[in-house]
Design a protein around this ligand. Structure first.
Ligand code: ATP
Ligand code: MG
Length: 629
């Protein structure tokens, strides 16, 4: 079978195609109807079918591999390293579920998880899935007001949290942030379950706060049966990263999500039961939901839950773990690879990574220089995949489980089965031709696994995602793309990242790609800045591999000139940034995405807007300093 005909089948015979994929999971009760699309753009999958994510992730594997590893915990922050077999994971999840049930949590109730990367965070997610509660994971360490707004949106009965996380060797206490958030929020959870890692002191609020360890003791022998759920019931809500503005609350189902993930594990990630999957993401993001917790476990794989950075204790840590646990499938983000690029490349070969079938990267454009650097350095296949919190699994990539399509540098690949991807002209809504820029859009119905709606706001779902192309009910990704003659897609950046210089429309991504090809540059961000004469001009901010090259003013000016020349040569003078500022840090979201809108706002002397998901405020200070604000 080739990918193209597999894809065609998935669009021409949606129901037949997905009914077949649905065989990859266990159904307690078979579904009657594969797809209900009677209320566009809302799609409902596997109607009447009963299943459970936790059962498919754990219980289903007990017969054949109860004593095989299921969850491998590694914290380079605290030095902990633990392995839970499927049997042990089953027990821990039932204990957690019993604690929740005792606190009155049941089907449809929300549980907010505000946790660092510890096994208990995964227990909590799976326990919710087991009893039909809806989890809402909020990235650990978010500031109190961002947490408060999520508490008000999810209105959880229970919050599961911990005393602290740890990042790059620094303890990040959570409890005071949580207490402050609950002060600020209108909704008050009736119970807060605290995991005490003994990293930071906690004040306990009588009658509300419970200690996880002592509760667990009470339920050591808990037997909690799974609650079977109709396929379209809600499994979780999760916010987008907030790169372009206010985060959106994505709501996901049970059956469609389970089928989509199981299918992706087979066709895209090619992971097999008994092997180990390592995603260096965080459970606070969609990658963590799909490919730390549910995807690998559904496939019967062990999953590595990692607390730490890619460079501590040294820049070889990720590869050391690959070697130690014989990881076959790995998932990371371009931003992590760019961090490694600033380190000695010898780390890439210091460990035996031959067990790796492929390293998947997603979350941001994977620029060619970075892709090449890691592919050559590691000597393993690198596969870019393009998707969104909204879709839950890849839209564009290659599916080596179907066909060994070669990858192409700079391209995530081609449309995945189930996604009827179109490149549309932003004004006319017509499909654009080969090598022409268009908005990446998906003709509904969206495939299984994609968001059902915006939590509590169907209207916002339709208005936000299905109303941007005039006269057409089509899902917009809000990203620009182009397709070459061979069918490979390239993402050119977000629709609001296009700049207009004297009537020429330029994607900031193209300019960034060009700047990144200069050998001194580790990463960069380009934004369009209002200009009286030209409408907009490009402004660049670059992080260098070795900042000492700009220690002198003449060195700095020379490098700025060199970089401008690179852009002139590759894209033409029209794309040349008006300035290249050097910083040591770019403002990013906690998920590692460059906050171009904030940089742009500062360049235009505007308020940088919603910064609830920013990683490090100091990066904004650097931009301010560079601009001498
Ligand atoms: P928000 O929607 O709140 O602004 P966000 O879009 O950053 O935040 P995510 O859902 O985490 O939230 O990110 C999805 C986006 O990330 C995509 O729409 C795209 O812009 C970018 N992206 C993800 N993977 C890739 C990739 N492989 N290549 C290029 N861009 C990517
Ligand atoms: Mg988005």
């Amino acid at each position: 079978m080739n990918l193209e005909s597999f894809h065609r089948q998935s669009i021409e015979d949606r129901e037949g195609f997905w009914a077949k994929q649905a065989e990859l999971i266990h159904w307690n009760k078979p579904f009657g109807q594969v797809l209900d699309y009677s209320k566009p753009p809302f799609a409902r999958w596997f109607l009447g079918g009963e299943t459970n994510l936790c059962f498919n992730a754990i219980d289903r594997h007990l017969a054949s591999q109860a004593d095989k590893p299921a969850l491998i915990y590694v914290s380079t922050e605290t030095g902990e390293e633990d392995t839970y077999s499927f049997r042990q994971l089953h027990e821990e999840v039932m204990r957690m579920a019993a604690i929740m049930i005792e606190q009155g949590v049941g089907k449809g109730d929300r549980v907010l998880v505000y946790m660092p990367m510890v096994p208990q965070a995964v227990f909590a997610m799976l326990a919710c899935a087991r009893i039909g509660a809806i989890h809402s994971v909020v990235f650990g360490g978010f500031a109190a007001h961002s947490l408060a707004s999520r508490i008000d949106d999810a209105t959880p009965k229970l919050i599961v949290s911990a005393d602290a996380g740890s990042r790059a060797g620094k303890v990040v206490p959570y409890k005071h942030l949580l207490d402050e958030a609950i002060e600020l929020s209108a909704h008050k959870p009736s119970c807060v379950l605290m995991v005490d890692r003994k990293l930071a002191p906690m004040t306990r609020i009588e009658g509300r706060d419970l200690d996880y360890a002592s509760q667990r003791e009470k339920h050591l022998d808990a037997q909690v049966p799974v609650t079977w759920l109709e396929s379209n019931e809600i499994s979780y809500t999760l916010y987008t990263s907030g790169t372009t503005g206010k985060p959106k609350g994505v709501q996901r189902d049970v059956g469609g999500y389970a089928v989509a993930l199981a299918a992706s594990m087979k066709h895209i990630y090619c992971g097999n039961a008994g092997e180990t999957y390592f995603s260096s993401s965080d459970i606070g993001w969609v990658v963590g939901h799909s490919y730390i917790v549910y995807g690998p476990l559904l496939a019967g794989m062990a999953t590595i839950v990692y607390e730490g950075t890619p460079v501590r204790p040294d820049a070889g840590i990720l590869w050391r773990l690959v070697e130690k646990y014989q990881v076959t499938v790995m998932f990371s983000a371009p931003t992590a690879i760019r961090v490694l690029k600033k380190q000695d490349p010898a780390y890439l070969t210091a460990h035996d990574t031959s067990s790796l079938r492929a390293l998947f990267l997603a979350g941001e454009p994977l620029d060619e220089p970075t892709a090449q650097w890691i592919e050559e350095g590691l000597g393993r296949p690198i596969i870019d995949n393009y998707w969104q919190t909204e879709t839950g699994w890849p839209i564009l990539t290659v599916a080596h489980g179907i066909e060994k399509t070669p990858t192409r540098l700079g391209s995530p690949g081609m449309p995945m089965y189930g996604y009827d991807v179109r490149l549309l002209h932003e004004q006319t809504g017509e499909q654009v031709g080969v090598n022409e820029k268009g908005v990446v859009a998906i003709m509904p119905p969206l495939p299984p696994g994609c968001m059902q709606t915006v939590w509590g706001d169907d209207e916002r779902f339709v208005d936000t995602y299905f109303s941007s192309i005039p006269g057409k009910l089509v899902y917009s990704t809000f990203d620009w793309g182009v397709r070459d003659a061979d069918g490979y897609y390239f993402i050119l950046g977000r629709t609001d990242d296009v700049i207009n210089v004297a009537g020429h429309r330029l994607g900031t991504r193209e300019i960034e790609e060009s700047i990144s090809s200069h050998s001194s540059v580790a990463e960069c961000a380009v934004v369009g800045v209002a200009d009286q004469l030209k409408g907009q001009v490009a402004m660049a901010f670059a992080v260098l591999k070795d900042p000492t090259v700009i220690a002198t003013t003449s060195g700095r000016l020379a490098l700025e000139g060199e970089i401008m020349k690179v852009v002139d040569n590759q894209l033409g003078a029209i794309a040349r940034p008006s300035r290249v500022h050097f910083v040591t840090l770019l403002p990013k979201t906690r998920s590692g995405k460059v906050l171009r809108r904030a940089i742009q706002a500062l360049c235009e002397r505007r308020d940088p807007g919603d910064l609830t998901t920013i990683e490090d405020q100091a990066a904004l200070e650097q931009v301010r300093e560079a601009l001498a604000i």
